[in-house]
Design a protein around this ligand. Structure first.
Ligand code: PMV
Length: 327
């Protein structure tokens, strides 16, 4: 009863920030993302009737802290629906942990796939798998399918799921993730969702989003990079505005973040390079371009931030089961 799965993380173009239900990770609004081909998690799960408790290994180390507890609580949900057995779980990331890349998205998409795959039965439908991933971490539901994905907020566990909007080869986009800082976040994304949900600007944001989502989907469908980039950058700044002005305030931006944001705007506005950025709940900058422009942008980033690590992502595939087990 063992299975392994690999899943990409994803970057949201329209963000999930704020929840209507914290137990089931039901979001306040629909969101849209692209899978990140260079930011993947691989997880092996083995259900073992001889175990007296779950054994969780992250990056080769047994974990007994909150991270292990979160995985065990998630496995409790699966146990409640399937078989009452403990599991051995091992998980590794292709990118450095704790750097603000959404490892919970790739992590829970891979965990859901491996844990259900290990029962040796047919996996539930893809849409049902997105619900399973969402119950672990909201954004994980957008990592089950490949390419460009839309998460419909819904209003209960049944109606909140993701669907592929366009396959990975629809558009040759690149997301250059510049790892600006490795310091841990002062405000976790769970806390951030709580603060955002009660934020006075949130009601106004909800009114604006349906038209923005429609426009973004149009730009994606037509591969209109300028319209796409303008919407995505504006969305990132709106969400940062909510983070910054929350109580307490979440200041995820580091000096290195801000200097990159200025650089992207000057490369675009002064040098005419088609490039935009987005941000997540962290200091790293996601620099978005069409892939033909990626080499030139990498040169510029290297010059500006010579020591910064860069993850170069294309639109990545969906979660998949395979036989390269970690144990
Ligand atoms: O899935 P969570 O609870 O880690 O939330 C992640 C939220 C953002 O990454 C900041 C935005 C998003 O839509 O992925």
């Amino acid at each position: 009863m063992r299975a392994s799965a690999t899943a990409c993380s994803n970057i949201a173009f329209i963000k999930y920030w704020g929840k209507r239900d914290f137990d089931w990770n039901l979001p306040l609004n629909d969101s849209i993302s692209m899978n990140l081909s260079a930011a993947v998690t691989t997880t092996t799960v083995e259900w073992d009737p001889a175990l007296r408790q779950d054994e969780i290994y992250l990056e080769g180390e047994r974990v007994l802290d909150d991270r292990g507890l979160r995985v065990s609580r998630y496995l409790d949900r699966i146990r409640a629906d399937w078989y009452r057995m403990y599991a051995r779980v091992a998980s590794v990331n292709s990118f450095p942990a704790g750097t603000g890349i959404a490892s919970s998205a790739s992590g829970f998409a891979a965990l859901a796939s491996a844990a259900l795959g290990a029962f040796g039965e047919d996996l539930p439908s893809e849409v049902e798998m997105t619900r399973w991933a969402r119950r672990g971490s909201g954004s994980a539901c957008r990592s089950i399918q490949g390419g460009f994905v839309e998460w419909t907020a819904g209003d209960d566990d049944e109606s909140s799921f993701s669907q592929q909007f366009c396959p990975p080869d629809h558009w040759d986009l690149t997301d250059l993730v510049v790892l600006v800082s490795r310091s841990p976040k002062a405000i976790s994304s769970s806390q951030g969702h709580r603060i955002a949900s009660g934020h006075p600007f949130m009601a106004e944001r909800q009114k604006l989003l349906p038209a923005r989502i429609l426009a973004l989907k149009g730009a994606l469908a037509q591969r209109d990079f300028q319209v796409f980039g303008e919407i995505v950058e504006h969305e990132a700044m709106e969400v940062q505005g909510i983070m910054l002005s929350g109580e307490p305030s979440a200041l995820y931006l580091q000096p290195g973040t801000v200097s990159l944001l200025h650089a992207v705007r000057s490369w675009r506005e002064e040098d005419g390079l088609p490039v935009y950025f987005t941000l997540d709940a962290g200091p790293n900058v996601h620099i978005l371009c069409e892939s033909k422009d990626a080499p030139e942008l990498r040169r510029r980033i290297d010059k500006l931030a010579p020591r910064a690590e860069i993850l170069e992502n294309r639109a990545g595939p969906g979660a998949r089961l395979h036989d390269d087990h970690l144990f």
